[in-house]
Design a protein around this ligand. Structure first.
Ligand code: TEU
Length: 593
């Protein structure tokens, strides 16, 4: 478990290219590859080793680039292949690496493969996608109706079918996310060979690995049965069907083949995005030390803590659940020689300070630092999402949904709510609340670099593709990086920087060490020990509550000194034993004997 590897100790930073940094002189308000390259020193200063960029490939952008039309070319909006070459060489100069976002569960409907596939039933690429005949049914007037092959709902719009009708050949194709994202047929060995070819292309070009988009969806239940009724059928003709495509029957065969054909030939970092799976044995098949599949995956238990059956909905949760999830995966990987990824933000989820802590002006900075302290002291490979290091927050509630929200999932959800609940003020209001808490847009506002117009994201005379959060004049990188001297409060950015540095210096404890939870029953406090194999011991105490609480250091924990806290300049004066008073959202780190 504790065998040191570069990809275990690396801190990975996710860039969302449309919203990270435009470049001077650009005429559109989109981020660019040149923009990313211009900020590498910023990332280096934060302590980042690896940059993962969300997709920058040629794409009609039906789903912000997660619909790829050419895996070997760059979307004009972001730049050129040469810009990516330049990004890679500038990264390498700084001893940093690039992780490419590979979206191969599906392509864009504009990809040449799909264009060929749809052209006729005899096309050599017909079987590269999943085509089925319409189901016939009889209408009320006795007329014959065309229906999708089964009742599966679309993931990014649950009011719609996961199947799209194509009149060219009078058949449906499977498109789990949106009609513009047809699913590839992984059962076809030619498809797999084409994917391996794309992977070789990027690794040879200097990429160091992949984040593999929804990679656990590539094997579907072969008979495509109807899904059980989970959503009220009066409102929902189609039903969530994840059971029939999450970790399907051939997934591990395909991943082992990918390893054999591609990954085993390079020294890569790989992280599989695997929503909807929480079974330990199933996950260890992929991330166990000798599994021969992927280095690690994203497990969604924590970011789905408030998810009932579909993502755009709300479920109450409490700290005990959160602790149980964190503890479960920390212990599981230690006991079974697997490997964790540590993350609570990405481009599909709301801002963590708004979700797990308190984003009010009073507590935002300590809340964001509390989350930084937790993540930098957990075992696994650490992922930071752009703006998380500044404590960026969700869109203001005052923003108009129709005007300011751009994501296809939000738009589909809001259209559904407005249509079904047009005369139901309460349910309309609930729909609005879901969007204000859960929309993917919250993570997609432009990065806040400084207090100048457009937050320094793009030139002042250009309109950004998405509105900049109004709070950028106070919450921005430039302001937070200013060294205010020792007497001044550490900013969220400075706290992250120090915490990342400590994590690396003490990797044997924080990255590789043992994990012991101390507070399973405490309603407000999450405290744990991290211990290296040579016996160095650290205590982490996190108050996940907006009030002062008291916590008693267990007798067997021998605190030597408090190393840091998330209040003030980071220095802590607290008792070394007995009762410790904790301020709202206070987090502490101690060295133990
Ligand atoms: O997301 C997969 C996806 O379905 C997520 O919405 C997931 O269900 C959720 O985060 C779990 O909480 C990936 C990409 O990250 C997303 O941006 C794309 O829209 C999607 O795949 C399709 O490519």
């Amino acid at each position: 478990y504790s065998i040191p590897q570069w990809w275990k100790e690396a801190v990975i930073y996710q860039v969302y290219p449309s919203s990270f940094q435009s470049h001077h002189g650009a005429t559109t308000g989109w981020g660019s590859i040149k923009g990313i390259t211009s900020r590498l020193d910023y990332l280096k200063a934060l302590g980042i080793n690896v940059v993962w960029s969300s997709p920058f490939f040629k794409s009609p952008q039906a789903d912000m680039g997660y619909d790829i039309a050419d895996y070997k070319d760059i979307t004009g909006r972001y730049g050129t292949l040469e810009d990516v070459d330049d990004l890679i060489s500038e990264l390498h100069k700084r001893n940093m690496k690039l992780v490419v976002d590979l979206v191969v569960n599906h392509t864009s409907d504009q990809h040449a493969w799909f264009q060929e596939s749809r052209s006729s039933k005899d096309s050599p690429k017909r079987d590269w996608y999943i085509w089925r005949k319409p189901k016939q049914s009889t209408g009320t007037g006795g007329e014959s109706l065309r229906e999708p092959p089964n009742n599966w709902a679309q993931i990014l719009g649950e009011a719609n079918s996961a199947w799209t009708y194509d009149s060219v050949t009078d058949e449906y194709y499977l498109s789990l996310f949106t009609p513009e994202q047809p699913d590839l047929n992984w059962e076809n060995p030619e498809v797999r060979a084409a994917v391996w070819d794309v992977m070789h292309f990027w690794l040879k070009r200097g990429a160091s690995g992949f984040r593999l988009d929804v990679i656990n969806l590539i094997s579907k239940a072969p008979d495509y049965p109807d899904a059980e009724i989970l959503l009220d059928p009066t409102d929902h003709k189609y039903q969530p069907a994840s059971k029939y495509y999450v970790n399907g029957p051939n997934l591990h065969d395909y991943l082992r083949e990918m390893h054999r054909e591609v990954l085993s030939k390079y020294d890569t970092i790989t992280v599989g995005e695997m929503p909807g799976v929480s079974d330990e044995n199933e996950i260890l098949k992929t991330v166990g030390a000798n599994a021969g599949e992927l280095r690690m995956i994203f497990i969604f238990d924590l970011v789905d803590i408030d998810k009932p059956t579909v993502r755009m909905a709300l479920k109450p949760w409490d700290l005990k659940e959160m602790k149980a999830i964190v503890t479960r995966w920390q212990r599981t990987m230690i006991e079974n020689n697997g490997w964790n990824s540590v993350f609570i933000e990405n481009h599909d989820n709301p801002r963590s300070v708004s979700r797990y802590a308190d984003d009010s002006d009073q507590y935002r900075h300590v809340g964001a630092k509390l989350l930084a302290l937790m993540q930098t002291t957990l075992g696994g490979t650490l992922f930071v999402y752009q703006g998380e290091e500044l404590g960026m927050r969700n869109l203001p509630k005052s923003w108009d949904i129709d005007e300011e929200y751009k994501d296809i999932e939000t738009i589909n959800y809001w259209n559904k709510v407005k249509k079904i609940y047009a005369d139901d003020a309460e349910r309309l209001q609930h729909g609005r609340a879901v969007i204000e808490m859960k929309a993917r847009d919250h993570a997609r506002t432009p990065m806040q670099w400084d207090a100048s117009p457009n937050a320094g994201f793009c030139d002042a005379d250009v309109t950004p593709w998405m509105r900049v959060n109004d709070d950028y004049r106070t919450i921005n990188a430039e302001a937070q990086m200013k060294d205010g001297g020792e007497s001044v409060d550490l900013t969220v950015w400075q706290f992250w920087q120090l915490a990342i540095q400590r994590r690396k210096e003490q990797a044997s404890a924080f990255v590789y060490g043992d994990f012991e939870e101390l507070t399973p029953q405490h309603p407000n406090v999450f405290a744990y020990l991290r211990t290296s194999t040579s016996g160095e011991k650290w205590l982490v105490v996190l108050n996940y509550f907006g009030r002062q609480v008291e916590w008693h250091i267990p007798r067997e924990v021998n605190v030597e000194s408090w190393a840091c806290g998330n209040y003030g300049n980071g220095q802590v004066s607290k008792p070394l034993r007995g009762m410790v008073p904790l301020k709202p959202w206070e987090g502490l780190l101690a060295k133990c004997a």
